[in-house]
Design a protein around this ligand. Structure first.
Ligand SMILES: *Cc1c(COP(=O)(O)O)cnc(C)c1O
Length: 388
């Protein structure tokens, strides 16, 4: 007669997966596991010798994670994808994988802000020097390259000022100098821009944004070419990088509706951006799909659509108090970071990230257009502009 505790431990589900094989749910299962079971001693021994090709432990990632990674590999046209606990970790881990002491890193001036902090506070300590180039760069990247440059990190368009790089031109120069390129492809998603097809080696996403789509997940992904696999995989093994199975499940679910959501975000944002650029208080609307955008021709050439986030620069006579009145008067736009979710959001500030930017020191307002009715959003922005 077994004790109650032993009975509880052995009850319900015993790790025998054959019971599950007959349950064909339309969605992938979510496995919560640190321990992954082996069938016998031979498998355990093979694991110790590095000869077992199945899952050995929770840090290998779950089947749900693998399903998400497989989907991203296909959408990005890559060789391999790894999911990360956040978009920032996806970027910083990629830099760690490919850089070493003595190397020089080139980063786009409009890069996601916290990457600068990582470069300054961490990479520098490990002997990697970082410098920044203007966000609208093309073949002129050549003048920023030193004999030590090993890696170029792009973000096109940037998620505050929306400048675009001429990616094929940068890639051409990078290849000539044997320098790897990576791009933060979050804005475009895999639907609107294909970095690897344009010769970029590594495509990175903050899955947190459009792919998840509901402001309830933090997740990142890195998709690489075959040539990058060994080095990148070694880093993932060394850090035992994995992502939560729940986050991967939600990202996979988000992927299914990404095309329809994105088309709605796109058309609503374009309508609002087009209307805003004729408003008297607005100096410039920063949206790559507007013909007035300085790199509009590049966007037209390389991208097949546009996202639902854009900024605008106010006329110079407006001060911080006016900006605050505008932001606080909005009813449908909540004040908060991040984007790509169902709810419209606003952020605002004086753009001071870099003197290289054409918008340095100007008051800028960023709108993330959610899935509300666009007429209601326009009415809301209109009444808030009147408070300026
Ligand atoms: C939000 C964001 C990131 C970071 O993603 P997290 O998942 O929030 O860490 C990276 N790049 C861009 C362009 C972003 O907007």
């Amino acid at each position: 007669m077994k004790g109650k505790a032993t009975e509880i431990i052995g009850s319900g589900y015993d790790g025998n997966s054959s019971k599950l094989e007959r349950y064909h749910s339309i969605n992938p299962p979510i496995y919560h596991a640190s321990t992954v079971l082996f069938e016998n001693y031979a498998e355990l021994k093979a694991t110790g010798q590095g000869k077992y090709d199945g899952f050995t432990y929770g840090t290998d990632g779950s089947p749900t994670q693998q399903a998400f990674e497989q989907a991203m590999t296909e959408l990005e046209g890559g060789y391999w994808t790894r999911a990360f606990p956040s978009g920032l970790l996806a970027i910083t881990s990629t830099l760690q994988a490919f850089l070493q002491s003595g190397d020089h890193l080139l980063v786009c001036n409009s890069v996601y802000g916290p990457v600068r902090r990582f470069a300054k506070n961490l990479l520098a300590r490990f002997g990697v020097e970082t410098s920044y180039f203007p966000a609208d760069i093309g073949a002129e990247i050549e003048s920023y390259i030193t004999p030590k440059t090993r890696f170029i990190l792009l973000e096109s368009p940037g998620s505050n000022t929306f400048e675009l790089q001429d990616v094929p031109a940068v890639v051409k120069v990078a290849r000539k100098h044997n320098i790897l390129t990576a791009i933060d492809n979050t804005w475009a998603t895999p639907l609107f821009f294909q970095p690897l097809a344009h010769g970029v080696d590594i495509s990175i996403h903050s899955v947190t944004k459009y792919i998840s789509g509901h402001s309830d997940v933090l997740l990142g992904s890195v998709t690489i070419t075959e040539a990058c696999y060994e080095r990148f995989h070694r880093l993932c093994r060394a850090l035992e990088i994995f992502a939560s199975p729940d986050a991967c499940y939600l990202a996979l679910r988000g992927l299914k509706t990404l095309p329809v959501r994105l088309r709605q975000h796109e058309s609503a944002a374009l309508e609002l951006a087009g209307w805003l650029q004729d408003e008297a208080a607005v100096e410039t609307v920063l949206h790559p799909a507007l013909p007035s955008h300085p790199e509009h021709a590049i966007w037209q050439r390389d991208f097949s659509g546009s996202a639902g986030i854009f900024s605008f620069v106010l006329q110079p006579q407006y001060d911080e108090a006016a900006v605050a009145r505008f932001v606080d008067s909005l009813q449908l736009f909540s004040i908060g970071y991040s984007w790509g979710g169902f709810k419209s959001l606003v952020t605002a500030g004086k753009f001071a990230q870099s003197e290289l930017s054409r918008y340095h020191d100007r008051w800028m307002i960023r709108l993330n257009i959610g899935l509300e009715d666009v007429a209601d959003l326009q009415t809301d922005v209109q009444q808030a502009l009147a408070k300026l």
